[in-house]
Design a protein around this ligand. Structure first.
Ligand SMILES: Nc1ncnc2c1ncn2[C@@H]1O[C@H](COP(=O)(O)OP(=O)(O)OP(=O)(O)O)[C@@H](O)[C@H]1O
Ligand SMILES: [Mg+2]
Length: 479
C-alpha cells in the first residue's frame, strides 16, 4: 500500500552507544614534552550507564580523546608545527592502544593516529559525535557536559573538553569557518559546519556556566515520507493524503514547536513536487535538501561587524518573486516576510510551502497575523485574515511528544472565512489514549469524517486517493 514506491528501510542501524569513560584510569605517564597539569575533575553529574558488551568503537574514540585532552597541553599544541604535533599525538595514541590492549598492526595504528590527529585539529572531541549518523543533536552545556539526542532521547555522553578555553577554541574555529567572530561584545552566533550542520553558540557573559553550543546535525540521508511512516510519525493514509495535496499544489504550512520535525517533514513532502517545476528556497541557514533538479537556494545574510549589510527573509521573498518561481519554499516564516509569502501563495505560486513555530493549527494562524501586524503594514485585521484564508490550503501540525517521538498530530484544512474568523477543519488527528509510567505515549490516528475540499482539486489533477480513509469509524494507525 506504500505509494511512494521506495524500498522499505530498516529504522536506524544499531548504533554504538556511548559508554562511560573508565573511572579516571590514571594515564600511564610517558615522558611527555607537552605534559600539562592534571585536568579539573569530572563534575559529579550522573554518568550514563554502560549498556554491556564490548566497548564500542565510538566509546573507544571518546576515551582516547579524553586521554589526549588530559595529557596534551592544547594551547601549546596549537603553536607546534604540524610534524611535531602529529608526532605527539601519534605517540599518545600508540600508548593508549597498548594500555587498552587493542589488537592493531602498524598500518592500523598509523591510520588511527592520523584520524585522531585530524579530529584534534578539527573540532576535537566533537568529531566522533559528528561522524555518528545516529546522533541528531549535540548539546554542549559548558566544557564538562555534552548531551546528544538519538532517536528522540537525550543521553549524557562521556565527552568533555579540557576546560572552557578548550571549548572556546573549538567554538572559535567553527565561527571563523563562516567568517564570523564571537567574543564578549558579540556573545551569540549562528554558524554552520562544513557539512551543513547548524550551530548556535552562546558564550560568557550571556552563558553563565561556560560556552553553550547547540548543534543540529545535517542528516546526509534526508528522511522520506515512507520512512516517517515506518517511524510511526503518521500512518500511510495520512502520508498519502498530504503527498497528494502537495502534488496538487495546495499551499501548505507545517507547524510545530522547536525540534518537532518541521524541516524534516518539509524536506520529505517536497518529494511530491514534480521535477518540471522551478523552486526557490529561502532559509536562514540552508538545511533543505530538495531532490528536484531545478532549485535555486537563497540564504539570508546577517549584518557585518558594523551592523551593516543584513539581508532579511522579507527581501529574499520579494526577490524570489522576480525570479519566476513555480513554488517558493520558505524554511521558516518568522517575521514580516509572512505577508509576502501569503501574497506569493495568492498570486500564482500555489503549492508554496513554509514551516512556522506554533503549537496548534489555530495558533499558527494567530502567529501569522502577529507577524504581519509587526511588519507595520497598513492592512486591516479582516483583510489580513482573508489573505491568510485564501492563501493557505493545509496546515500540518507536528509535535515532539513527551517520549521524544515525533508525530503528525493534525492535518487541518483552511476552508475560508466566516465573519471575521478563519475557518478550519481537521481532516486527520492523532489522539492520545494513555501514557505509560516510563513516558511512552500511546494513541491512534483517525479521520474526523470531514471530506476535505482539496480532494476535488486532487481528483481534477488525476491524483487518486482512497476516500475510505476518511471513514472516522476505523483507526488508521495505532501507536
Ligand atoms: N519522525 C521522526 N522520527 C525520528 N526523528 C525525527 C523525526 N522527525 C524529525 N526527526 C529528527 O529530529 C530532529 C529535529 O528535526 P527538524 O530539524 O526537522 O525539526 P524542526 O522542527 O525543523 O526544528 P527547529 O525548530 O529547530 O527548526 C532532526 O535531527 C531530525 O532528524
Ligand atoms: Mg527547522
Amino acid at each position: 500500500m506504500a505509494r511512494f514506491g521506495l524500498p522499505g528501510q530498516a529504522a536506524h542501524p544499531a548504533a554504538p552507544s556511548p559508554t562511560p569513560a573508565p573511572a579516571a584510569a590514571p594515564a600511564s605517564a610517558p615522558a611527555q614534552t607537552l605534559a600539562s597539569p592534571p585536568p579539573p575533575p569530572m563534575p559529579p553529574k550522573h554518568v550514563p550507564t554502560a549498556k554491556g558488551g564490548p566497548p564500542s568503537q565510538l566509546d573507544t574514540r571518546l576515551r582516547l580523546h579524553s586521554r589526549l585532552i588530559e595529557e596534551l597541553d592544547l594551547a601549546k599544541l596549537d603553536k607546534l608545527d604540524e610534524k611535531d604535533m602529529r608526532r605527539e599525538v601519534m605517540s599518545l595514541v600508540a600508548d593508549f592502544a597498548r594500555s587498552e590492549r587493542m589488537a592493531l598492526n602498524t598500518a592500523d595504528l598509523q591510520e588511527l593516529g592520523a584520524s585522531i590527529y585530524d579530529e584534534m585539529v578539527g573540532l576535537g572531541p566533537l568529531e566522533p559525535l559528528l561522524k555518528d549518523e545516529s546522533i541528531n543533536d549535540i548539546l554542549i552545556n559548558g566544557p564538562f557536559q555534552v548531551y546528544v539526542e538519538r532517536r528522540g532521547e537525550l543521553e549524557l555522553t562521556p565527552v568533555r573538553f579540557r576546560d572552557n578555553d578548550h571549548l572556546l577554541r573549538i567554538v572559535n574555529r567553527i565561527v571563523a569557518g563562516v567568517g564570523r567572530r564571537i567574543d564578549e561584545s558579540q556573545p551569540m552566533v549562528d554558524a554552520r559546519l562544513a557539512d551543513g550542520s547548524r550551530v548556535n553558540a552562546a558564550i560568557s557573559p550571556i552563558a553563565i556556566d561556560g560556552a553553550a553550543v547547540s548543534i543540529r546535525k545535517f542528516s546526509k540521508k534526508p528522511m522520506t515520507l515512507e520512512k516517517l511512516v515506518e517511524f510511526n510519525a503518521m500512518p500511510m493514509a495520512v502520508a498519502d493524503f498530504i503527498h497528494g495535496a502537495v502534488k496538487a499544489r495546495v499551499s501548505t504550512v507545517i507547524s510545530g514547536g522547536t525540534g518537532s520535525g518541521k524541516t524534516t517533514l518539509l524536506n520529505a513532502l517536497s518529494a511530491a513536487i514534480s521535477h518540471g517545476e522551478r523552486l526557490i528556497t529561502i532559509e536562514d541557514a540552508a538545511e533543505l535538501q530538495l531532490q528536484q533538479p531545478h532549485v535555486v537556494r537563497l540564504e539570508t545574510r546577517p549584518p557585518n561587524i558594523e551592523g551593516k549589510g543584513e539581508i532579511r527573509q522579507r527581501e529574499l521573498v520579494k526577490n524570489a518573486l522576480r525570479m519566476r518561481p513555480d513554488r517558493v519554499i520558505l524554511g521558516e516564516v518568522r517575521a514580516d516576510e509572512a505577508f509576502d509569502m501569503l501574497q506569493a501563495m495568492n498570486t500564482g505560486h500555489e503549492g508554496s510551502m513554509a514551516t512556522i513555530h506554533a503549537n496548534n493549527p489555530r495558533e499558527a494562524i494567530g502567529r501569522l497575523e502577529q507577524m504581519i501586524a509587526m511588519g507595520g503594514l497598513a492592512i486591516s485585521p479582516d483583510a489580513m485574515r482573508s489573505q491568510i484564508a485564501s492563501a493557505i490550503g493545509l496546515i500540518i501540525q507536528v509535535m515532539r511528544l513527551s517520549d521524544g517521538k515525533r508525530k503528525v498530530t493534525h492535518v487541518t484544512e483552511i476552508t475560508g472565512m466566516e465573519g471575521q474568523v478563519v475557518q478550519m477543519q481537521d481532516i486527520f488527528t492523532f489522539n492520545r489514549t494513555h501514557t505509560d509510567p516510563d513516558g511512552t505515549v500511546h494513541g491512534e490516528f483517525r479521520a474526523t469524517g470531514l471530506r476535505p475540499r482539496c480532494i476535488d482539486e486532487m481528483t481534477r489533477r488525476g491524483i487518486a486517493y482512497d476516500v475510505a480513509n476518511f471513514d472516522p469509524s476505523k483507526a488508521l494507525g495505532v501507536s
